[in-house]
Each structure stands twice: as C-alpha cells, then as structure tokens.
Design a protein around this ligand. Structure first.
Ligand code: TNX
Length: 534
C-alpha cells in the first residue's frame, strides 16, 4: 500500500504540473486573452478609497470612443481630448470625442458630471465599469480628470508606450469610488540652483497629473539665480539669471513662458505656487541691484552651494518697492491663491529685522489679493489669517504658526525631501537630513508625525526637490522616482488603508510604466521590479 502511495503521489504531481503547462500554453495560444476580471487585483497608485469588483471584463476596441453628453461643461471636451491623446498613440484605436448627443455603446467611455455626490467633493470621482460601458462621473471636471488617471492605470502598462501595441486593452469590471485625503498634494522644484526649462517642467507636470497631484511649487529665486522675468526690474534676469551652481549658463522664464506653464498646469488641474525666497537666499537679486544691499554695494554672482549668507536691506524703502513690484507682476500672472515668500535660513538678517520684513512682505502679498505661504521660520512673524506655514525643519516653528491660526503644509526634510540620497551609494543628492529609501519615504503619516499637528491643521503634503546636485532633468528624475508615487499616495489615501508590504507590490508593477515613459528611476533593492523591458 505504502509503495503504491509513493508512486501515485509523484504521478499526481506530474499530472498537475502538465495541467498547469497546458493552461499556460492555451492562454498563450489565445493571444494572451486571459481577460482580467478582478478589479481588486489592480495596481493603482494612489490606492483608491473603495473598489467593488464585478468579476467581468470591459474592452476598448476599434469601435470605442469617448462620449460627453450635450450640456456638459466645455472642460469635459478638453479632458476627453486629453484622454484620447494619452490612449491613441499606444492603443492605435483612434478614440474620438463625441459630443453630438449620440449614446455610448459597447466599448465606449462616458465622461459625465453627476448630481451632487457630497462625499466625492471637488476632486473625487466614481468609475462604473460594466462589460459594456466605462463611465466616469464626478461633481467637477477636476474629479473627471483624476478619474481618467485611474482609467489609464487600469489598462495594461503598454498603454504608456509611445508606439502602437497589440493589446488587448481590457479592464476588469466593477465600481471605484475615490476622493483625496488632503486638498494640497504637491512637489516643489528648485529651478534656481540649476535652471530647468519649460519643457522639463511640463514633463514633470504630466507625471504629477498621473499620480493625481495638484500643486507645483516653483522655487524661482535663490542665491545662485533669479528665474522669472520681472519687467520693472529687468536686471534680475539679465544679470541675476545668467548662471547657476557650478557656473553653468543658468536661464530664466519669460513672463510668456511662465504663463504657458500656468496654462499647462491648469489643463491638468494643477495649481502653480511661485516662490520668491526672501529676505535671505537673495544673492542673485543683490548682485543685480546694488540698492537692495545694506551698504549699497552689489556682490558677485554666486555659483557655490552654501546657504544663509545673503539678505535684503530690510530697513530700506527701496527694498519694499522692489518686493511690491515683484509680487505685483507675479500675482498678475498667477491664478492660484498663494504666493510663497520663502523666509528660510535668513541667518545674516537680525531677528527683529527678519520679523519686520516678513510682516511687511505679508502686507504686500495681501495687497495684491493673494495669501502667503512661507517656510516654517515665518511663524516668528505675526501671521495673517489664511497663511500656510510649510514645515520642513523645526516642528516648534510649525506649532507656533498653528497657534497663530495658520495651517501647515507638511514637508519634513527627513521624510519628504526628494533631494536626499536613497542610501550611501546614491549618485546624486545630499544627506544632511537623512538617507531616504523608498520605504522611509512612504512609511510616515503627516497627521501623526508631530503630536501637536493634527489632521485638521494640515493642508497637505509637498515633496521638495532642491537641485544643488542635479544639473539635468534626467538626473532629477533619478531622485524623483520611485519616491514620487509614494508621496502622492500619502496625500491621497487614508493612512489606515496604507501598508508598505502591499504598496511595494503595486509599486513594482509601475516599473514597466516608468520604463515605457523613459524615466530613469532608481531601482531600489526593496522592490521586486519586473525585468527591464528590452
Ligand atoms: C535647506 S529646505 C534649504 C535649501 C537647500 C536644502 C537642501 C529649505 C527651506 N532650505 O536652501 O537647498 O536645504 O536640501
């Protein structure tokens, strides 16, 4: 008997093994047509709030189009065109946007503004995927835009390729209801230490949109360069924009280019927050105009990476004329509510002078109809209602801001700085705050990091990329990815729904998407990436 069992067991194994091989072969023969039917098995980042699978499959085909019902806001047509622009190059299906009142049929996508679903808010959406139609509904166009990013991620990774793939372009059926935890989910890009042109910034915005981020904070001035044209103070860019860290040629945005970037952002439901860092971090301005200096003598341009050595003359009216002109011109080009006045590391400004300056700068921002954001040091001044304090270094500053009624934007350098190295082997980046591996970047909760700063005090999260050590956008992308999707998820998904062990599996499947978009991301050893695409 025992002998018999001994021979049968391996035989069973063999038969089982053969059956598996056969199944795989058959699936292969059918052109990999094993249709995905489990919506819960997706890899969406940020993780949606709720997913209810229905167990079937929806397919985009050559007959598919994108439908918008008559009477919908104009913006929906633009969003439809954006979606077609994302899907057509890789699917080759030639999706068109239909607005003439025809009804969607099998394989079509419908974008529709729904009737006041409060829980979804401004940016939430619902996806209803049946075997027949994929419907995206939301209260606002912004929600539809966030929803179509989920649609992109539900399709196979090849949807992100620049050339036509074979498909099949199938999506499991079911319902997704989704809305963000925080209203401010952003990044900061330092274009002052090294200059990055509008093309790079727009490429970045495409990625932000993909991960449902909605703020791009541009650090437009620092010791090493002034990067935005100010018509009333032209030497800021003519002189102050002509170099960068390491002595390269620098550059700046004309007002026209800035306006184009603002428009590009708006089309992606992204708000640009411009930062003019003051009263420290101002060597480029001081070098361009002697009258802004205490003592009236202009310093040389600076191409090193030290911080904290420059200051505007805070007791001169010329300085406030300058600040007023700069803020007036920038405010006029910026539809967003906030202007960032910097305020960090003003080590050579006397404390009294610093407070005096920040108070006056706040008045100026307000006089141009905007609200103030600043680095956490600004909490030493008397903050106006509506101010946002960006916590980067000192929790006690952020708490001091809270006690004055300000809200906090969470950018703790130890966890959220994209310019920190991943580990000692990282080629680019700094390490003064920490080494931030992909798990460290993901494994924290803005609402519990500092006991006094609670969820209701927080506007959201921002991940800054300072660019002392990166001179091309390719290099920047090595630091940005794959940490960016994690920051997007921290900002969007309720903390109790997040876990590193589950997230790392989803992130792995984004490797192929990043490769197809030619992003040279850091292949963290903590993630089981799929083999590189040949
Ligand atoms: C600190 S973060 C700075 C920047 C540097 C950065 C480098 C902040 C408000 N100030 O001037 O670029 O460290 O990580």
């Amino acid at each position: 008997m025992e002998n018999l069992i001994r021979t049968i067991k391996p035989m069973k194994k063999l038969i089982n093994g053969m059956a598996t091989v056969l199944t795989v072969l058959l699936a292969g023969l059918a052109g990999c047509a094993t249709e995905p039917t489990d919506l819960s098995g997706n890899s969406i980042i940020p993780k949606p709030v709720s997913i209810t699978p229905a167990g079937e499959s929806f397919a985009l085909t050559a007959k598919s189009d994108i439908f918008i019902m008559p009477g919908s806001p104009e913006e929906l047509t633009s969003i439809g065109n954006y979606l077609a622009g994302k899907l057509n190059p890789s699917t080759g299906l030639g999706l068109e946007v239909i607005t003439d009142g025809r009804k969607p049929g099998k394989g079509d996508i419908l974008l529709a503004i729904g009737t006041g679903d409060e829980e979804l808010g401004e940016e939430g959406y619902e996806l209803n995927i049946t075997g027949k139609v994929l419907t995206v509904t939301a209260n606002k166009p912004a929600g539809i835009f966030r929803g179509i990013q989920t649609v992109r991620q539900l399709l196979p990774p090849e949807v992100e390729a620049g050339t036509v793939g074979e498909g099949p372009w199938t999506i499991p059926t079911g319902t997704i209801r989704d809305f963000p935890l925080y209203g401010h989910r952003g990044v900061m890009l330092d274009v002052a230490r090294h200059f990055f042109g509008p093309e790079d910034v727009m490429r970045y915005m495409d990625q932000l949109a993909k991960y449902k981020m909605n703020v791009l904070h541009l650090h437009l001035s620092d010791d090493q360069g002034w990067r935005i044209e100010i018509k009333s103070w032209p030497n800021l860019t003519v002189h102050g924009g002509k170099t960068e860290v390491g002595g390269g040629e620098g550059g700046f945005y004309t007002q026209e280019e800035y306006t184009q970037m603002v428009k590009y952002a708006a089309e992606r439901y992204i708000t640009i927050i411009p930062e003019i860092d003051m009263p420290g971090h101002t060597n480029a301005a001081l070098s361009s105009y002697p009258e802004l200096n205490t003592g009236g003598k202009a310093p040389e341009l600076y191409t090193g990476i030290k911080v904290g050595f420059s200051t505007l003359d805070t007791r001169s009216e010329t300085t406030y004329k300058f600040v007023d002109d700069v803020i007036r011109e920038i405010a006029a080009l910026t539809p967003g509510k906030y202007i960032h006045i910097g305020g960090d590391e003003s080590h050579v400004t006397k404390p009294d002078d610093y407070v005096y300056f920040i108070n006056r700068a706040q008045d100026i921002v307000e006089s141009h109809g905007k609200s103030v954001t600043g680095w956490d040091e600004i909490a030493h001044a008397t903050l106006k209602p509506g101010t946002v304090v960006q916590y980067w270094a000192r929790a006690e500053n952020a708490v001091m801001g809270l006690n004055q009624g300000a809200k906090v934007l969470m950018s703790p350098a130890k966890y959220a700085y994209l310019d920190m190295k991943y580990d000692t082997a990282s080629i680019f980046g700094l390490n003064w705050a920490a080494y931030i591996e992909v798990d460290d970047a993901y494994n924290w909760d803005p609402a519990t990091l500092v006991p006094e700063i609670k969820k209701e005090n927080i506007v959201g999260i921002e991940a800054p990329l300072w660019t002392e050590t990166v001179s091309t956008f390719k290099e920047a992308e090595y630091l940005i990815y794959p940490r960016l999707p994690g920051y997007a998820e921290i900002g969007w998904t309720p903390a109790e729904m997040r876990s590193w062990d589950e997230y790392r599996v989803r992130l792995a499947s984004h490797g192929k998407r990043m490769e197809l978009m030619d992003i040279g991301f850091y292949r963290s050893p903590l993630i089981e990436w799929e083999p590189a695409v040949e």
